[in-house]
Design a protein around this ligand. Structure first.
Ligand SMILES: [Zn+2]
Ligand SMILES: [Zn+2]
Length: 389
């Protein structure tokens, strides 16, 4: 089959590789229909996530058709149109049994790396380095899905491929972020980052009762989409003092809930950004935290901060004092989409959610490296390039 592979930092290539096969009785093989780029792939591309090996297939947001089932799979059959949740759960460990699939104890067979870095092993993720399980990703003709009955969801009739593919990662991640932000009816929510996940977090915040959502970014096209499609109030941090503007919009109080959808490669302005960038390039720390610091600083007293951006290791100048003295609640995590897939499909069917506008660049798999180039540099207003093998 053909697959988009990581070869070295900032070098991807499409190669002919062996087809995947059933390894465990709970596996399913999918023929990939659509596979999307995601902002967190850019950290792999930039070389910020260790334990990538040349030849690794990336991609974790996908829709496919079941072509082969393992002997222990009965709820899925050949021909089913399904999405996969990007963070893999086993369905049987103590965490999965309490719906915390993103904390799964069993889905990552490579335990030492995350144990060393984080104290415990973390759940496996499709196409996301050997530390996170070494699973082949979905930018390929076929992909193997472990614990298939836990991680695959049949797409109901009436939902298009363009809508369904984002129920794999962007939509449940945004919803997860809004859900754990503890939004109360009437709240003002501020969202940092208007990429695919940020757009979905804005929409989800409204679905969960927010009265107003303020969207913060520097890309004018993404801010315009956040305003037009998700009804957010746009703030451009390159032309506006974000903290001042947030105070003005909230009567001097600050947003009740802040959702950070940026992560370790935040852009920014001024000396703080330059400091972060130099230290990151010297590998003195792993993260650039300007968006996160701003969210902590601007959140109202007693508010909640929900962090969806991906961070890998250590962040310098973390304002713990602001968290303590303002009594903030900080929540984070990779998404637990198994909880939300059914609910998100219902929102789509009821016309309350339509993630299809994220798909700006439909492409063939062979155009994969070009898709990532456009996405990385935000050229041609690329929000999501989606490959159709
Ligand atoms: Zn993702
Ligand atoms: Zn589990």
């Amino acid at each position: 089959m053909r697959a988009l592979t990581w070869q070295a930092p900032d070098r991807l290539s499409v190669e002919t590789v062996p087809d995947p096969a059933i390894v465990n009785p709970k596996d399913v093989i999918l023929k990939v229909i659509m596979s999307s780029v995601c902002g967190s792939d850019l950290h792999l591309l930039g070389g910020y996530v260790p334990t990538m090996q040349p030849g690794d297939i990336i991609g974790h947001e996908f829709l496919g058709e079941v072509v082969e089932t393992g002997s222990a799979v009965s709820a899925l059959a050949k021909g089913d149109r399904v999405i996969a949740i990007s963070i893999i759960g086993c369905g049987e460990c103590a965490y999965c049994r309490q719906n915390d699939f993103h904390c799964c104890d069993n889905s990552n067979p490579n335990t030492p790396q995350t144990e060393l870095a984080y104290g415990y092993t973390c759940a496996g993720i499709f196409g996301y380095s050997h530390a996170f399980g070494g699973y082949a990703g979905s930018h390929a003709t076929y992909v193997r899905v472990p614990y298939a009955e836990v991680n695959l969801f049949k797409v109901p009739e009436g939902i298009t491929n363009e809508q369904a593919v984002f129920v794999s990662d962007a939509a449940p991640t945004g919803f997860f972020g809004a859900d754990q932000a503890n939004i109360q009816r009437g709240d003002t929510v501020a969202v940092w980052g208007c990429g695919g996940v940020g757009q979905m977090a804005i929409r989800s915040a409204y679905l969960l009762g927010a009265e107003r959502v303020i969207a913060i970014d520097r890309c004018t096209d993404r801010l315009a989409l956040a305003e037009r499609k998700a009804h957010a109030i746009p703030l451009n941090y390159e032309t506006t003092d974000v903290h001042e503007a947030l105070l003005e919009l909230t009567g001097g109080r600050g947003p009740d809930r802040c959702i950070e959808c940026v992560g370790m490669e935040a852009h920014g302005t001024g000396i703080e950004y330059a400091y972060d960038k130099v230290k990151q390039q010297l590998r003195l720390h792993t993260e650039r935290g300007e968006a996160l610091r701003q969210a902590i600083y601007s959140c109202r007293k007693g508010g909640t901060l929900s962090v969806l951006g991906v961070y890998g290791g250590l962040l310098d100048k973390f304002p713990m004092g602001a968290i303590v003295n303002k009594a903030l609640t900080l929540r984070s995590g990779q998404q637990a989409g198994q909880r939300y897939a059914g609910q998100l499909f219902q929102y789509i069917l009821a016309d309350l959610l339509d993630p299809s506008y994220l798909l700006t660049h439909p492409m063939s798999l062979e155009e994969g490296p070009e898709g990532y180039r456009l996405f990385k540099h935000k050229e041609q207003n690329c929000l999501r390039a989606v490959f159709m093998p």
